[in-house]
Structure formats: structure tokens, C-alpha cells
Ligand binder design. Structure first.
Ligand code: SAH
Length: 252
């Protein structure tokens, strides 16, 4: 009797154990198949994968640029409801009909600028503030102009929250640059005018570089302009698709 009872309870014990194993397995499968988590460690891992799979393989080799792209938390610049898509290989909407650029484009443009620690850089099109943060890791000061005031405000708040003190943001029409702070060692334009704005050329230091998409809606080329002895040397580097450069008020 005693032996029979033991056998039955052993049988029960194994059944319960098998059931528990199924439960654990089902939990693991559900986690793996479910949405990516928003945990900071998960974002950090996705960021390192992005650097390897989207940047290094496409020829980004500036160590400083790779380190900045591996450090800046892009998820902080993306709307809450899109955070799980932060490290996908494309642009994402940030509201007001604007976008945060694809990580590769941010890295490519930053590498083209050949940023140096002593540089003062002008950015036109602050957007989310992500490109400014990447540059802030590499140069001395960033001056960034954004025409959509609420975007300028929220980028300023994000960058302050993340502790950046070398980024200065102004709401206004970036076509005119930022004459009070000129000249600049480098200028990066992240919206597309149909031709290079003369005020930006004037505000670029001799020996300086400008990276700018130029062309019609949906068909632009990314230009690298280098100013030497007052002359501009230009090279076309990449076909791109940026939002158009808007003009303020009467200049539309
Ligand atoms: N660099 C941004 C992406 C910019 S998207 C980032 O890292 O998130 C392009 C931005 O240029 C938009 O926010 C748009 O509002 C802005 N823009 C368009 N025309 C402008 C102008 N004339 N002056 C300043 N900003 C402009």
C-alpha cells in the first residue's frame, strides 16, 4: 500500500514538473516572439547592432563617428509610440510632417564633415535634435536652427535632459544661417533647398566644409562643398531624400 502510494505521488510529481516545464517554455517563446522591450539594456544592444550592421558594413570608418553613433540614445529622440522601431534602417516621423533621418545618413553626413574637437558647427534643421547630439560628441559647439518652433522647443528639452551644454538652438528660418555666431568651421543642412543658400556660403570659414542636400522634392543629391581661398569646390556624394527647406513668412 505504502509502495503504491509512493508510486502514485511520484507520477503526480513528474506530471506537475512536466507541466511547469511547458509553462516556462511557452513563456520564453512568447517573449521571443513578442515586441522588443523598451529596456535601456535592450536599446544599447540594438544600438551596437545598428553600428555594425548599418554603418560599418556600408563603409563608415571614422572612429569618432562610430563611437558617437554607439553612444547617443536615439530612442530618446523618437516619439514614444515608435520607440521599438528606433534602430531600424530608415527615417521615422517626429511630428509636424518632419522626420528623424536614417542612422546611416546621419553617420555619413557627420563623417563627410570631418569634425574636429575645436570646431564650431552650424546645423540647419534641428528636427528631433539627434544629429546635433551626434555632432556634440565630436565638436566644440553646435548652433542649430529649426523653423518649426514646437520642434525647436522639444529638441531643446530632450538635449537638456540628456545633459548637452554645447548645443544652442534657435527657432527661425535657417536659409539665413545664424549671422551673429558666424563664421563656422562646418555647416550641415538636413533639409533640402533647391539651390545652396548664399548666406550659408558666406557664413562658412575659409577652409571649412558644408554638407547639404540640394534638389527637388524626392530627388536630391548630397553635396560636399569645400571653401578654399574664397572658392567653392563641390562634389556629389549620395542620392538622398530629405524634407524640403521651407521659407518663413513673406519669403515663401
Ligand atoms: N536633423 C534632424 C532631422 C531633420 S528633418 C534630426 O536629426 O532629427 C528636417 C528639419 O528641417 C525639419 O525639422 C524641418 O522643420 C526643418 N526645416 C525645414 N526648413 C527649414 C528652414 N528653412 N530652416 C530651419 N529648419 C528647417
Amino acid at each position: 500500500m505504502y509502495a503504491a502510494f509512493t508510486a502514485a505521488s511520484l507520477e503526480l510529481f513528474f506530471r506537475v514538473r512536466r507541466f511547469a516545464q511547458y509553462l516556462i517554455l511557452a513563456g520564453l517563446v512568447a517573449t521571443a516572439c513578442g515586441q522588443k522591450s523598451n529596456a535601456p539594456s535592450d536599446f544599447a544592444a540594438q544600438r551596437q547592432l545598428m553600428v555594425q550592421q548599418q554603418l560599418v558594413v556600408r563603409g563608415i570608418n571614422n572612429e569618432g563617428v562610430l563611437a558617437a553613433m554607439g553612444k547617443v540614445p536615439r530612442e530618446e529622440f523618437v516619439p514614444l509610440e515608435l520607440r521599438t522601431e528606433t534602430y531600424e534602417d530608415g527615417p521615422l516621423p517626429i511630428g509636424h510632417g518632419q522626420t528623424i533621418s536614417q542612422p546611416y545618413i546621419v553617420a555619413f553626413m557627420t563623417q563627410q564633415l570631418q569634425p574636429k574637437p575645436s570646431d564650431r558647427v552650424l546645423e540647419i534643421g534641428t528636427g528631433s535634435g539627434y544629429q546635433a547630439a551626434i555632432l556634440a560628441e565630436l565638436v566644440k559647439e553646435i548652433y542649430s536652427v529649426e523653423i518649426v518652433e514646437p520642434l525647436a522647443k522639444s529638441a531643446e528639452a530632450t538635449l537638456a535632459r540628456l545633459g548637452y551644454t554645447n548645443i544652442h538652438i534657435k527657432a527661425g528660418d535657417g536659409y539665413k544661417g545664424w549671422p551673429e555666431e558666424a563664421p563656422f568651421d562646418a555647416i550641415i543642412v538636413t533639409c533640402a533647398p533647391d539651390k545652396v543658400p548664399q548666406p550659408l556660403v558666406d557664413q562658412l570659414k575659409d577652409g571649412g566644409r558644408m554638407v547639404i542636400p540640394v534638389g527637388e522634392r524626392f530627388a536630391q543629391e548630397l553635396y560636399l562643398l569645400e571653401k578654399k581661398n574664397g572658392q567653392l569646390k563641390e562634389s556629389v556624394t549620395l542620392p538622398v531624400r530629405f524634407v524640403p527647406m521651407m521659407r518663413s513668412g513673406s519669403e515663401k
